[in-house]
Every structure is written in C-alpha cells, then in structure tokens.
Design a protein around this ligand. Structure first.
Ligand code: FEO
Length: 394
C-alpha cells in the first residue's frame, strides 16, 4: 500500500490485503485485512515495528525503498504470529546488522516458527525502555491478546501505543486513521469476538495496563489507527465486562423444515416478549457474525434436527466453536425435531463444557410441530424472558 504517515517520523509501511478471503483457514474476511508495519525514525536509531505476511513481502520492500530507508537498527516483534513476523527473515536479509527486539517468550516462538538465529535477538523485559535518540520506546507485556507472548510498544514522546493485534480489526482501507467510528467498532468487535474473547479476563487486565499511559493514538497492526483511543478502549471494556444484553442468539439448521418451523416460532415468541433475537442458519452463516453476536448475548439457543443418532454435524461444529470462544453467555437451550430417536441433548451438552450456563429444559419435538409443541416453545420463551429480566437488569 502507499506509505501512510502517522506523525512526523512515524510511518505505516504495511500492506492492505484487499482480497484475502479467510484467515487461519477459518475466519471469513468480508473486508480483507491489513498488516500494518511501522517505521519509527529516531535521531540515532531507526526501527520497524512488526512486519507483514510473507505473501506481501514484495510490497513491504517497495515501501521501505520508497521511504528511502537505508538501515533498520531494530525490528520490534510484538507478536510471533506469521502475519506480523513472516517478513522478519526478509528484513534481516535486507539489513543484516538489524536485531530483533522482543520478549523471551516471543523469541522462542520466532525461533520455532521462522528458524531465526539465536544471536539475532535482543531480549527485553516488561517495562524496559530503548532510546532511539530523540524518541523512546517502552515495551509493555500484554499477554494473551491473543497469544501468550504478545506485547505492545509505547512511543513515549508521541504517546502512540503500537498494540499489534490488540484493538485491531480485519479491514483493508486506504485511510490511515479511523474515519467512520461506527464501522470501525463493528470491525473491531468482530475481530475481538473471533480471537480475543476466549481470554477476556486477561484482556481486561491488559486494557488496564496500557490505559495507565497517556495515549494520543493507538496504532494496531490490523485496521486503521485510532486518533481517539478512548473509542476502542471503552468498547473493549464493555466487551470484556460480565454485562450481557437482552439478546438471544438462535443458531439453527433444518433438514426437512420441522426445525425451521420450531426456530421461526421461537423467534416470534421471543420478540413478542421484548427480546432481541439474532438468528443464524448455521449451514450458510458467516461465523464471524455468529461470534460477534456471542460477545454480549444473554442466551444461546441451539436448534437442530436429530440425524445419525445425534445433533446435526453442522450444529456440533458451531457448538464446538462457541465452546472454544468462551462467550459470557449466561443461558442455553437445546430444541429440535426428531423422527425416531437419538441423544442430541447429552451430545451437545458434552461439546460445551466451557459455557457456564443455566440450561433450560430442552424442547424436543417428534416430527412436525403440533399446537401443544408450539405451547412448549412459548413456555420456553417465557422462561428465557424471566431469566433475562434478572441477568440483564431489566
Ligand atoms: Fe494478526 Fe495474531 O496475528
């Protein structure tokens, strides 16, 4: 991408990956993504903070050349994952005198992932500072956003926090800074849901840790730079809190229409009781949208037909994902239709041990729902509404 000036002597030389469609062979990228990589020019030393995915090495080289960079003294590695570290070997190749600056844990991971040599590193401790002449970097360990080795780098004189994945968003944009705050928060929420949410208790501590510094900007390694750091910090504080909203996430799949009728009836019944419903057909839904809905839903409903003596495999897969993402959801319900039998309830319960939820009485319906079945669904909706009144302080 074109070089993006952040402030005097600080530039984003990273890359927008406009057409990347999926991350980790799992996460859909409706807006592509970006790998931000920052040059900080001090009066004595020049550093590169994080690099880019190896697929875009040629564009990083191009930007470094275009900016006239003829030396990089230090490569700061905030995170070992390859979308940021992948071009470290290339940068070392371009500037053989460079040293990689990172924490002990990240060093070990970079050696394993990239086969970088041990003597290419300078290891820093939490809170350690490094002078670049007229600029000073401070290294702040922020573990589990979203790997154990993650750290942030604070540029003291300009009050910029380079947070890598922390506060980021998968969003390829020609803008240097946040322009549309509402859109950015949605992208950031999706990103939080997909990779940060499982660690929200630790993320809460990391937020407090970086928030003690005066911040003029947060410059993540995905998405635009925040000139209003409070915007994303306040959003993160809400997401990691224990507060839930009066929302039911209804995940359903149907084979011959019976479970679809169950889902449709339950949606209407919940809405009539003042509950916001976010329904997704798990056959086709974007799992990023599902993950976002998990961030603050009070209840999740799994609606599946019984097949092969258990829940539909697509539902098992999405329940497994929910279990791994560990949302703060407080209640769960299992509903569905069956033809002759199976053990869907115990099977699904066994897939979600990480969800510390109140489980409502399941509603399993033989074949196409009848009037008394719809009444059972209405009763479930009433129970959900009553529980939401407690859990959501309505
Ligand atoms: Fe953007 Fe965890 O890498």
């Amino acid at each position: 991408m074109a070089i993006k000036k952040v402030v005097e002597n600080v530039f984003n030389v990273g890359v927008d990956h406009w057409d990347r469609e999926v991350f980790d062979s799992l996460i859909p990228l409706p807006d592509g993504t970006s790998y931000n990589s920052y040059i900080v020019k001090g009066s004595e030393k020049v550093v590169l903070i994080d690099t880019v995915d190896v697929k875009k090495e040629h564009l990083l080289r191009k930007d470094l050349r275009a900016l006239g960079i003829d030396r990089i003294d230090y490569i700061i590695a905030n995170h070992a994952e390859q979308d940021h570290s992948g071009c470290i070997p290339a940068v070392l190749n371009m500037f053989p005198e460079s040293k990689i600056v990172t924490n002990t844990k990240c060093k070990g991971m970079l050696i394993d992932l990239l086969h970088v040599k041990d003597n290419d590193f300078i290891v820093v401790e939490d809170g350690e500072e490094m002078s670049l002449g007229d600029k000073t970097l401070k290294f702040i360990l922020t573990p589990w956003v979203h790997w154990p080795e993650t750290m942030s780098t604070y540029l003291k004189e300009d009050k910029i926090l380079f947070s890598c994945d922390f506060f980021g968003s998968h969003y390829a944009t020609s803008d240097t800074f946040v322009v549309d705050e509402a859109r950015t928060i949605l992208d950031a929420k999706r990103y939080y849901a997909e990779i940060m949410m499982p660690f929200r208790k630790i993320v809460a501590k990391d937020i407090d840790k970086v928030n003690q510094y005066e911040l003029s900007m947060i410059a993540p390694s995905h998405g635009p730079v925040y000139q209003n750091p409070k915007l994303i910090i306040d959003a993160y504080k809400e997401w990691v809190s224990d507060d839930v909203k009066n929302v039911v996430l209804l995940l359903y799949i149907s084979m011959h229409g019976s479970t679809e009728k169950i889902a449709e009836h339950l949606i209407d019944s919940l809405i009539s009781k003042g509950i916001e419903v976010k329904p997704f057909n798990v056959l086709t839904a974007d799992i990023g949208q599902i993950a976002m809905a998990m961030v603050d839903a009070c209840t999740v409903v799994l609606a599946s037909p019984m097949v092969l003596a258990g829940a539909h495999p697509r539902m098992i897969s999405i329940a497994h994902l929910a279990n791994a993402l560990r949302p703060k959801v407080k209640n769960a319900a299992i509903v569905g239709s069956y033809g002759w039998g199976g053990n869907m309830v115990e099977q699904l319960k066994s897939v979600i041990p990480n969800l510390k939820v109140n489980l409502f009485e399941p509603v399993l319906i033989k074949g196409l729902p009848r009037d008394d079945d719809y009444e059972r669904l209405d009763k479930l909706a009433e129970e959900i509404a009553a529980k939401h009144a407690e859990d959501c302080n309505l």
